[in-house]
Unconditional design. Structure first.
Length: 403
């Protein structure tokens, strides 16, 4: 079991590292092309829709954009697609490693919905597919020709999903799934719409046909949606480290407000890149929304109010295991001053990362983390502020390896 814990932890780390790397590549290229498109000089005569001179890394770049395509298509084209695909695939792998494999710890909240593991995984997977189907249907409806109404409809769907996820999953899993739900829409836009439309244009050019401009228009609309959804997705992916975001009664509303904040931030930069003004009001709007989020987060975490009457069946062997009582005393003495419903040490109002270690059930639930953080490594307590002794760490290791 202990070898499994170490291997699984490193798999999680590797998947997270890959996810961050690919996300940087995808988001970076997305932001660059949106800024480039908005900032093109369209007053220069010629067949191009616009052009831009840029300097970077000691070199000069002359970039031209064609609304449909140039008369003569070059042999080599650079496609920007694998950044998106790799980001989604690595994110899906991370979702499976952390939340599906650890569903009983990170995804299922019996106080909300007493789901079997397979039921939780099925809801998780089905919701991602449902998100794309609903969004794509809205885009292909008459709303697709009315961008503002389309964005409002999409926001309504996101709010509904935020509320829905919070009815069945833990707060941490709910916000993470909302991020995965949105990221699936974004990546599917690239895979199902943007790249196929571009391939149609390329095929028409190679066949000597005049490409239909509608394909570029559709692709640009989806790309614009991705541009406005990016920042909220990043927030949601980071939220699992901050229980103030996911551990309160209003977590679903906090997530919804984050999408509004993402719109105000992107509107400022998009306006700046388009040289259409400097909308300083967006700073005030963003700050006001952020203050509202902080106020909503002041409600106590749900986990502080709910106490399980008895241990779930899968935790009973852990609590009954030899050495548990001794490890429990160590954890209560060295860790629970911070990791408690009401911490009494340090600057914490609530347990760091929402992890409580003040009851038998919570200690058993977090057995692997205790082993990795305080037994196998010296990550916890931070700076060894509670003076955990080496002999105590060895007891934690011996206990977990005996499970």
């Amino acid at each position: 079991m202990y070898e499994y814990a170490v291997i699984w932890e490193w798999l999680s780390f590797a998947a997270r590292w890959l996810h961050v790397i690919t996300a940087i590549a995808w988001i970076g290229s997305s932001f660059y092309f949106i800024a480039l498109d908005l900032g093109l000089n369209r007053t220069i005569p010629g067949p191009a829709d616009g052009e831009e001179w840029q300097v970077h890394g000691g070199g000069f770049y002359h970039i031209q954009k064609y609304l449909v395509a140039p008369e003569n298509l070059p042999e080599h084209l650079t496609w920007f697609k694998w950044e998106s695909y790799a980001t989604w695939l690595s994110g899906f792998a991370l979702l499976a490693i952390v939340y599906w494999a650890g569903a009983e710890f990170y995804m299922i909240d019996p106080e909300k919905a007493d789901l079997a593991i397979w039921q939780a995984i099925l809801i998780s997977a089905a919701s991602l597919a449902l998100g794309w189907a609903v969004y794509d249907g809205l885009c292909k409806s008459p709303l697709g020709d009315r961008p503002t109404l389309m964005m409002l409809a999409l926001f309504a769907v996101i709010v509904a999903m935020s509320w829905g996820y919070n009815q069945v999953f833990t707060g941490r899993a709910a916000l993470l799934h909302l991020g995965a739900f949105t990221a699936t829409i974004m990546s599917a836009n690239v895979f199902m719409i943007i790249i196929p439309n571009q391939k149609i244009v390329v095929a028409d050019l190679k066949a000597g046909r005049v490409p239909d401009a509608k394909y570029g228009k559709i692709a640009k609309l989806r790309s614009t949606h991705n541009n406005y959804l990016t920042l909220p997705v990043i927030f949601l992916m980071l939220s699992n480290h901050y229980p103030l975001a996911f551990g309160t009664e209003h977590a679903w509303l906090i997530a919804a407000l984050v999408f509004l904040m993402g719109v105000t931030i992107r509107h400022y930069f998009n306006s700046l890149h388009a040289r259409s003004g400097n909308p300083h009001w967006t700073w005030g709007a963003t700050a006001a929304i952020f203050v509202g989020i902080m106020w909503l987060s002041s409600e106590p975490p749900l986990s502080a109010a709910a106490e399980a009457a008895e241990a779930p069946a899968y935790l009973e062997p852990v609590i009954a295991s030899e050495g548990f009582e001794e490890v429990r005393d160590i954890v209560l003495g060295r860790c629970s001053m911070c990791h408690a419903a009401e911490p009494f040490y340090g600057p914490f109002r609530w347990a760091p990362k929402g992890v409580r270690l003040d009851t038998d059930i919570e200690i058993a639930r977090h057995a692997r983390e205790i082993y990795l953080q305080s037994g196998l490594s010296h990550a916890m307590p931070p700076g060894n502020v509670s003076w955990m002794e080496e002999a105590e760490r060895e007891k934690i290791v011996a206990w977990f390896r005996s499970l």
